[in-house]
Design a protein around this ligand. Structure first.
Ligand SMILES: Nc1ncnc2c1ncn2[C@@H]1O[C@H](COP(=O)(O)OP(=O)(O)O)[C@@H](O)[C@H]1O
Ligand SMILES: [Mg+2]
Length: 205
């Protein structure tokens, strides 16, 4: 008999355009994603990236751990590490973090620390993504006062022969370009949080 877990609204965390994410009912350190549109192309894209680049990604600080599939009352679920803060709550996403920061609710020094650490991690790990949606990045606070950005969705590329998976210089070049696009996006949307001075520090030359 195949073990099936039961998901319900009680466990619901959030959804974007393609997946619903739930707290794993048997293990709160994990979450379960359901491709509710029935379209698993994006899931396959991500899993192919994780498979081909497993060696490179195994010690990643940015990418969540993946634990395989599980049967659920909503069909196949994909199990990942759940991004949580020191208090056990699901971390907030980067969009919420920047909105709060822009409204003056988060010290600018904290914003700078979070984004400079993100820059360092991203340009070291060169994660393959072209995503500009801040809902797919989370700002994890664990332990208290220590922040780490995590990428929870839309990694990898659908291209047939992804050179960026095989040639690190290609991944580096892409990562640098993506990073600077994000910096400009953040500056454009959250100018109080990302000042001209911070933008200059964040840019990768
Ligand atoms: N590993 C995770 N830990 C905690 N929350 C997550 C995790 N992955 C996704 N989420 C939350 O669930 C939402 C939807 O998941 P996501 O993978 O982005 O789905 P979609 O493909 O539909 O955009 C995210 O925006 C985020 O708020
Ligand atoms: Mg998403």
């Amino acid at each position: 008999m195949i073990e099936e877990i039961t998901l319900s609204d009680d466990f619901f965390i959030g959804m974007g355009g393609r997946q619903k994410t739930f707290i794993h009912p048997l293990d709160p350190s994990k979450c379960v994603k359901i491709a509710y549109s029935g379209n698993i192309r994006d899931v396959e894209k991500e899993l192919r990236y994780r498979r081909i680049c497993a060696d490179h990604l195994k010690n990643s600080l940015l990418i969540t751990k993946y634990f395989g599939t599980v049967q659920t009352n909503f069909g196949t679920g994909y199990v990942y590490e759940r991004v949580r803060d020191y208090d056990g709550n699901t971390s907030k996403d980067l969009g919420v973090f920047l909105r709060d920061a822009d409204a003056g609710k988060i010290p600018l020094q904290t914003v700078e620390n979070v984004l400079m650490k993100f820059k360092e991690d991203f340009l070291r790990e060169c994660i393959v993504t072209v995503d500009r949606n801040t809902a797919n990045f989370m700002v994890q606070e664990s332990p208290k006062g220590v922040y780490q950005v995590r990428i929870v969705d839309n990694i990898g590329t659908p291209v047939l022969i992804p050179l960026v998976y095989y040639f690190h210089f290609a991944a580096e070049w892409k990562a640098r370009r993506m990073w600077n696009i994000w910096v400009n996006d953040m500056f454009a949307h959250f100018p109080n949080a990302v000042s001209v001075e911070l933008r200059e520090k964040l840019f990768s030359k």
